[in-house]
Design a protein around this ligand. Structure first.
Ligand code: DOR
Ligand code: ZN
Ligand code: ZN
Length: 446
């Protein structure tokens, strides 16, 4: 038989270790992994010259925008950024215009995305107003539910523990995961009001409002609701030692709880605001050394399950204001995440196995993305090829994202993705998008 493609001369991460091998790819799947002489005939052969070949990176925390927010990012620009960043699958957040919170909004989003995407995309939904509509959203293929606890985004009343519990019970029954942005709205708003009244409009005021306790309060509240109602809960962008500790305590009891942190929470501190000002503002904010150390320790000990970019693009105009409360919070991360993590590999703080676990295996497992998350025969041929020796600097002017800014701008990096394959097709080569929109798959939860 003749397969579509053989990647030869690979150092591939297979079965938890790196091995010298070749990979045969056929009809979008990994057909065979083995030594070169055992490879079948192929229509095309590509010598990757000893580069490291990893399972495609999966970013479970991305705001692709489009629709009413297409001026910030659209499905093409966002997935081109993913491809450039070595990411083969992204999960799209629901705080869109319109908010993804019904079978219909989800269906529309999928149909708009289909012809524009370069990488695979799965979709979160917010909870609907009527919890009877949860089932329809799951049947439409939402990968998971997302709950913002900072402000009312979806239909479900976030101030009402009973409403949350009832919705969670249905999610549990349907086997749907609930991902949360855990910052407590009530404490956050009261701090904001107090600060605004005192005419505090500076970055320090924002940090004061988004305190560690604001995170911990929401984490604890959700954990106690989940204890009674039972779905798998996944905490997005954990940013504090206290929040993480509360999660670890429940993990130890065997509760189905997982968590994510981000490259910015691991690698930036509030010192950064002096350099780049409001460009570095995100929610939850980057913090001080003790918090950063707690997160790194969570990574080392395996308590933190995934790293997500929380790619949250805005325009430069939206990112700047004298009044901190008017600044749009969020930073683009699809094109910086993997280079930054590979740089940490070089520095010895992470291993390649850690990167693969945090950004491919675990996201695939947690979000039940079948056939992804590992270089295994029969899996989808989603593959990220990286050059660990390549040195450069983060340069946001070269981003494929519409959001051409980064608090990491100018930071030296060592190691970068050089080729991205999605379903066996080369979509990014040496930083350039080389495929058409529509190359990625819409991922529906089965
Ligand atoms: O910084 C953030 N930006 N945090 C969020 O929760 C939302 C996000 C966005 O959509 O811009
Ligand atoms: Zn968030
Ligand atoms: Zn987010």
């Amino acid at each position: 038989m003749t397969v579509d493609l053989v990647l030869s001369n690979a150092k591939a991460f297979v079965n938890k270790e790196t091995m010298d091998c070749s990979l045969a790819i056929n009809r979008g799947k990994i057909f065979k992994i083995g030594k070169e002489p055992s490879m079948p005939k192929a229509d095309r052969r590509l010598d990757v010259k000893g580069l490291l070949v990893l399972p495609g990176m999966i970013d479970a925390h991305v705001h692709l925008r489009d629709e009413g927010k297409a001026y910030k990012e659209d499905f093409y620009s966002g997935t081109a950024a993913a491809a450039a960043g070595g990411i083969t699958t992204v999960l799209d957040m629901p705080n869109n215009n319109p908010v993804t919170m019904s079978a219909e909004t989800l269906r529309n989003r999928m149909s708009i995305a289909k012809s524009k995407i370069l990488v695979n995309v799965g979709f979160y939904s917010e909870f609907p107003t009527n919890i009877q509509d949860i089932r329809g959203i799951v049947e439409e293929g939402a990968v998971a539910f997302k709950l913002f606890m900072t402000e009312q985004v979806g239909g479900l009343d976030i101030d009402d523990d009973n409403a949350l519990s009832e919705a969670f019970k249905i999610a549990k029954k349907l086997g749907a995961l609930v991902a949360v942005h855990a910052e407590d709205k009530v404490s956050l708003k009261s701090a904001e009001d107090r600060l605004k009244h005192a005419n505090r409009n500076d970055i320090g005021a924002f940090l004061e409002a988004h305190s560690e306790d604001v995170e911990m309060k929401a984490v604890k509240r959700l954990l106690s609701i989940v204890k009674q109602s039972g779905p798998h809960i996944h905490f997005c962008h954990v940013s504090t030692g206290k929040g993480l500790k509360a999660i670890i305590e429940e993990k130890k009891t065997g509760m189905q709880v997982t968590c994510e942190t981000t490259p910015h929470h691991l690698l930036l501190s509030s010192e950064e605001f002096k350099r780049v000002g409001t460009l570095a503002l995100t929610m939850p904010p980057v913090r001080e050394k003790p918090q950063i150390n707690a997160l790194w320790s969570g990574i080392e000990k395996g308590w933190i399950d995934t790293i997500g970019s929380d790619h949250a693009p805005h325009t430069l105009v939206e990112k700047k204001s004298e009044i901190v409360w008017n600044v749009k919070v969020g930073i683009p991360g699809l094109e910086t995440t993997l280079p930054l993590l590979l740089t940490e590999v070089k520095r010895g703080r992470l291993s390649i196995a850690d990167v693969v676990r945090l950004m491919s295996e675990k996201p695939a497992e947690i979000f039940k993305l079948k056939g992804r998350g590992g270089l295994i025969e029969g899996n989808n041929a989603d593959i990220t090829v990286v050059d660990l020796r390549s040195r450069g600097k983060i340069d946001s002017s070269k981003f494929h994202s519409k959001a051409k800014y980064s608090p990491f701008d100018g930071r030296p990096v060592e190691g970068r993705p050089v080729k991205t394959f999605v379903g066996g097709q080369l979509v990014m080569d040496e930083g350039e998008a080389v495929a058409q929109g529509g190359s990625g798959d819409i991922i529906r939860r089965e």
